[in-house]
Design a protein around this ligand. Structure first.
Ligand SMILES: [Zn+2]
Length: 253
């Protein structure tokens, strides 16, 4: 598998650090882990069309993770309508309530009642097998205002786990979903954990060690937390990287 960081930043974009999104390629398949509101621009800059994406895995409903999904779907609809471009079927995965949220977004941003785009939508936690890719979504605590899930994606014997945004307190099963991941992607948005809805790089490293992950990618860093992530990466006894937009990582299968 190959991972390209499309958005290594937070809700507040900076040069090189866009809101959350990752392109995960497994064989011929192109999937998105989260779809922040600059995702379509990032894909376009890489020469990848919205039509090329076959799965989108959404962790929760904040715009820095979810805001790019309706634009991506609307772009696919217009590409077909105006240019006759056909795309592979699209499957969307998200936490419970995503079907209703997509309906609400359609009403707001795309009010034409006679137009629609057909895509599959799957609410998690759950498990799916998709053309040789195994996808598991699991519950993650983040904020009481939005249900959140993380994902474990396996292909060719390799596993990538992505937790999205996360509170310092998680349930007993949380670490089990990350066990032995070849690549673990975790947020490190917090400089302190007082707010209770994000974690520090230090905690992400501790959880990665507990899960025995082979490599940790610290992401979703901001102007203050990035230096702490870099410190944590430099002092870790296993491979820890700090994400930046458009970096790629290969996950050996
Ligand atoms: Zn976020």
């Amino acid at each position: 598998m190959k991972l390209t960081v499309l958005g290594a930043g937070t809700m507040v974009p900076e040069k090189g650090y866009s809101p959350s999104a990752y392109l995960l390629e497994a064989g011929e398949k192109k999937m998105l882990l989260d779809c922040g509101w600059l995702s379509l621009s990032a894909l376009t800059a890489l020469g990848i069309s919205a039509n090329d994406i076959s799965e989108v895995f959404i962790t929760h409903f904040h715009t820095d993770h979810f805001g790019g999904l309706m634009p991506l779907i609307h772009a696919r609809f217009v590409a077909e309508l105006v240019y006759g471009e056909k795309s592979a079927p699209l499957r969307v995965y998200g936490p419970s309530g995503i079907t209703q949220k997509m309906r609400q977004l359609k009403d707001i941003f795309w009010p034409e009642e006679d137009q629609s785009y057909d895509y599959g939508i799957h609410e998690g936690p759950g498990k799916w097998t998709l053309d040789g890719v195994r996808a598991v979504s699991f519950k993650v605590e983040h904020t009481r205002w939005s249900p959140s899930v993380g994902y474990r994606i396996e292909h060719g014997g390799a596993a990538v786990a992505y937790t999205g945004d996360s509170a310092p307190k998680q349930d007993r099963k949380f670490i089990g979903n990350l066990k032995g991941a070849d690549l673990l992607i975790m947020e490190a948005a917090a400089a302190t954990e007082e707010a209770g809805s994000h974690i520090t790089a230090k905690r992400a490293v501790e959880w990665a060690i507990e899960a025995k992950a082979a490599k940790l990618l610290l992401s979703h860093t901001g102007k203050i937390s990035r230096a702490l992530a870099e410190e944590a990466a430099a002092s870790a006894a296993f491979p820890v990287l700090v994400a930046k937009d458009l970096e790629t990582l290969t996950i050996n299968e």
